[in-house]
Design a protein around this ligand. Sequence first.
Ligand code: SME
Length: 161
Amino acid sequence: MAVTTRIEEVRHELTELAEKSANAPELMQAMVKMLHNRMLKYNWVGFYMLEPGAQPPVLVLGAFEGAMTPHTRIPLNQGICGAAASSGQTVVVDDVSKDARYLACSLETKSEIVVPIFAKGTIVGELDIDSHFPAAFTSEHQDLVQHCAMLVGKKLEAGRQ
Ligand code: SME
């Protein structure tokens, strides 16, 4: 029998979740729950979506699992979240105490990953995950979180046809 890692297992479950979800909001709600429950070092998991038409652009907190955060609206020139959205690139921070951009959500947070979500080539939001463990987001984890962002992007595209 092939040995599967937890990451492979969860990746498979997430793909199935995307197939059976009726729409993007349903998928995002179930995805944050699954990532938070199944990945032991993912202590806060949430989506920030760009507010349609907002000038200047702003990220608005969407579905999330974990403690309530004071950061419900983040301009693109603030935080790790703003950096990921303005650059369109994944941002991984192994030690948040050493990153001047970091906006604190919980005193226990040690590391963070933010992955942008694209629909039809345009950035529409991002998936943000915080860990109580330093350097929790190794390249395998980056792949998993990027897979999640891709699944949500595809679901959003399907809803806009
Ligand atoms: N740490 C983020 C803010 C969001 S909270 O972590 C949930 C940032 O620096 O942008």
